[in-house]
Design a protein around this ligand. Sequence first.
Ligand SMILES: *Cc1c(COP(=O)(O)O)cnc(C)c1O
Length: 355
Amino acid sequence: MSRYWSAVVHGLTPYVPGEQPKIANLVKLNTNEHPYGPSPLALAAIQAAADDGLRLYPDPNADALKAALGQRFGLAPQQVFVGNGSDEVLAHAFMALLRHEQPLWRPDVGYSFYPVYCGLYGLQQRAIALADDFSIRPADYLPQGGQQAGAIVFANPNAPTGRLLGLDEVERIVAGNPQAVVLVDEAYIDFGGTSAAALLGRYPNLLVVQTFSKSRSLAGLRVGFALGSAELIEGLERVKNSFNSYPLGRLALAGALASVQDEAHFQRSCQQVMDTRAALVAELEALGFAVLPSAANFVFARHPQHDAAQLAADLRARAVLVRHFRAPRIEQFLRITVGSPEQCAALLQALRELV
Ligand SMILES: *Cc1c(COP(=O)(O)O)cnc(C)c1O
């Protein structure tokens, strides 16, 4: 607390990211980073961009990157917004599109940044309980009893559960709420889901947000993007241009563009993670864990006989990092990133000593 802080700052409860410890030989399965490196073409493009050109500002409109993303998703460049990681894109969306008189509706178990943005921008929110199996029930998000959402946000696959909502179920929510923006955060969609971007032609109220941090293995570059109707994208641009004209530097623009252009590397590395995920789930179940069905690059698992916080601490003592959330309904779960087969083997070896 400081008397120099604004009243808003006094009231904030900031998001706490997963640990990035500076310990060697750590098996790091706590922040859903990709176990394999980014496209070699992206690395080469970043290196090539590291020259005297850095004295110049980057393209404030990221035209080349927007065009490439538009082409990949069959959209016009005016339907693409890019930002400094999808967290920044989400923040702008909360400010520009989700902040209305009626409350924002979101699942009670979801990405923990959403309530933080609500606090930052002063949004009213309504947390809607997931079903007992941790799935989102689309019917709960339809207008009912004279109540309707001011806006809706959820991650698909959901975080930190990993559960996927089918495209038809996402469409039910979007079609049932023409009065509200529905933001679908697809940080993990490339690990087995179908993007709601396929619905964009029919629904001007749909905003799809994705990131280069997970499936494109570029968490360190900080690039995220949104896809939507030109009117939603223009709303985002208005906030962005009132905040920072240059959220993406020259290196980020070059690397992201080359990554989009290397579809083969992208497909291959996502498939490797999905294959490893199937093996990891089977091994965890053999150790007695209950594992939620995952369409993400992590699994959400609990052991009926072992306290999750204790397991996380014991794993950490064995140099294996996983994520544990002290939050209602999920405090007995561990969120475990799908690493390389070697990392998963190290995790399983440690768990065999513990359970
Ligand atoms: C990782 C993650 C993000 C943020 O990704 P960045 O692009 O690295 O900011 C957003 N939403 C969800 C659900 C995530 O898991």
